[in-house]
Design a protein around this ligand. Structure first.
Ligand SMILES: Cc1ncc(COP(=O)(O)O)c(C=O)c1O
Length: 323
């Protein structure tokens, strides 16, 4: 019988980067390198040949569709961001729905009961646990300071052994955010994001795994909920989007939809950086569509663990001075 010996543990040498040992938030899920690759994994396991996905989503999700030669059709969402399903989902086709801002869990639950071959994109809903028997994926860098990383919930595996990704070359923006400042790391952030394109499906890197294990998830979730509720209290009367947070939901941002052009640019001029979800939508839809209006006018206010009530008040005051 062949016996295998483990490599001997190194003793001594320099002191390595110390990160808090903690727990993984989704220990029961499959840790992969990117959200788009988690989608590829699902498509390969289930062997779907057609996918319905919303116009209102990120274009990187097309990567696996092109790679696997999957036919795709876009669908529209209504003013509550619920899908308008006016097509039939056949045996070999599937429906991808995004849990927008982490605030559409009720719709996800309803779809899971009523829709065949549902795939849930929880990239914006890190803290929402998957629903049994519903293929679901997550992307970690939307919520935490990691270069990459994703989780996948699926009942069946691909049956191939996956290499482990390495993130070391994609971390400069994270290091610069501490050593310089977040603005000086921005160009690196864009470059490092490009490096996530067209990678093969791999296991999550050791580095992202370790960073994620050091996070105080309870605290991060609580701060997000508190900040969200603060903004909701001060801004909901002006908000065209009526998405109420269910008690267990932990949103990614506070989505403020206004019928006033240019507010986003004026906030950015005041150093309140709000992302556009998603610039590619401008190229995909008609200018008079709801999706165009959403992409143009939605102000995604940051509510994450870096901020407190004073920061939320700063944003409310800045907005009030513009409205
Ligand atoms: C809604 C949504 N889903 C999925 C993804 C893909 O995640 P990843 O960058 O980890 O591939 C993104 C963004 O990149 C996204 O915004």
């Amino acid at each position: 019988m062949e016996t295998q010996t483990l490599p001997a543990k190194t003793i001594g040498g320099y002191i390595e980067l110390q990160l808090n040992p903690g727990r993984i938030f989704h220990p029961e899920l499959l840790p992969l390198n990117t959200g788009r690759n988690a989608l590829e994994y699902i498509l390969r396991v289930r062997q779907y040949n057609t996918i319905y996905l919303p116009y209102y989503t990120c274009d990187v999700l097309l990567e696996p569709l092109h790679k696997l030669n999957i036919t795709y059709h876009f669908y529209k969402v209504d003013e509550d961001l619920d899908p308008i399903i006016d097509f039939e989902i056949t045996e070999k086709s599937c429906l991808l729905y995004t849990n927008y801002y982490g605030l559409k869990t009720e719709t996800v639950r309803r779809l899971a009961k009523t829709t065949k071959n549902l795939i849930v994109d929880n990239a914006q809903a890190f803290f929402t646990k998957p629903i049994q028997h519903t293929d679901t994926f997550y992307s970690c860098r939307k919520f935490f300071g990691v270069p990459d990383g994703a989780y996948l919930y699926i009942s069946k595996n691909l049956g191939i052994s996956l290499k482990q990704d390495r993130s070391v070359e994609r971390c400069s923006h994270l290091l610069k955010s501490i050593d310089l400042n977040i603005e000086e790391g921005y160009t690196d952030y864009i470059e490092n994001n490009k490096d996530l394109c067209n990678r093969e499906i791999m296991k999550m890197s050791a580095l992202s795994t370790r960073i994620l294990a050091g996070i105080n998830y309870e605290q991060c979730a609580l701060i997000r909920q508190r900040n969200y509720d603060f903004l909701h209290e001060h801004l909901s009367s002006k908000n065209l989007l009526q998405l109420n947070r269910a008690p267990e939901e932990v949103p990614m941002v506070y989505p403020l939809l206004l019928d006033i052009a240019g507010v986003k640019q004026q906030l950015i001029a005041k150093k309140i950086f709000v992302a556009t979800y998603w610039p590619n939508v401008f190229d995909w839809v008609e200018t008079d569509s709801f999706e165009y209006f959403l992409t143009n006018n939605l102000i995604a206010l940051p509510i994450d663990h870096r901020y407190n009530a004073d920061d939320m008040m700063t944003m409310v005051k800045a907005l009030n001075s513009l409205l």
